[in-house]
Design a protein around this ligand. Structure first.
Ligand code: SF4
Ligand code: SF4
Length: 140
């Protein structure tokens, strides 16, 4: 997702091919899921603004909005999905994506974004390769 090394307060790295077009986040963002380690950090930091956008499906077949989780619940989570906090419906856009110019986007939770966003490198052939990534042009 939007460059692993960029944020509202950190300039882009010279080595970083991401052009912050936001396309990967717009397409794949609603499907992101945090690890339990991500959730633990958000709980520790009191980031209910982030947690409320996720639902945890538990071993006992219940579901809990992540903002209501306690750290001791983390071992009983089966899966976590992004859902709208009011309706529990699937979302169509990642709520953390910020448009800062006509064709420029940033991640609003860059410092603590989910691990899968941090490790996403669509310009490298492999599991997360994304042929519409603008960063590919820099790499060719
Ligand atoms: S599609 Fe590529 S260039 Fe656009 S935001 Fe994602 S990683 Fe950056
Ligand atoms: S959390 Fe940030 S990097 Fe991840 S999909 Fe949303 S806007 Fe993109």
């Amino acid at each position: 997702m939007i460059s692993a090394w960029e944020s509202m307060d950190e300039p882009a790295s010279e080595d970083e091919p991401c052009e912050q077009c936001g396309l990967c986040c717009r397409i794949f963002g609603p499907g992101i899921a945090p690890t339990t380690a991500n959730v633990y950090i958000w709980i520790e930091q009191g980031r209910t603004d982030i947690l409320r956008w996720f639902v945890a499906f538990m071993e006992n077949s219940t579901r809990i909005n992540c903002a209501d989780l306690q750290a001791e619940d983390l071992g009983n989570i089966v899966s976590i999905e992004m859902r709208h906090p009011d309706t529990e419906e699937y979302v169509t856009v990642c709520p953390f994506l910020r448009r800062i110019a006509k064709e420029r986007y940033l991640c609003g939770i860059h410092q603590v974004k989910p691990e899968m966003c941090c490790t996403y490198q669509p310009w490298i052939w492999g599991e997360t390769f994304f042929n519409r990534c603008r960063g590919l042009k820099k790499k060719i």
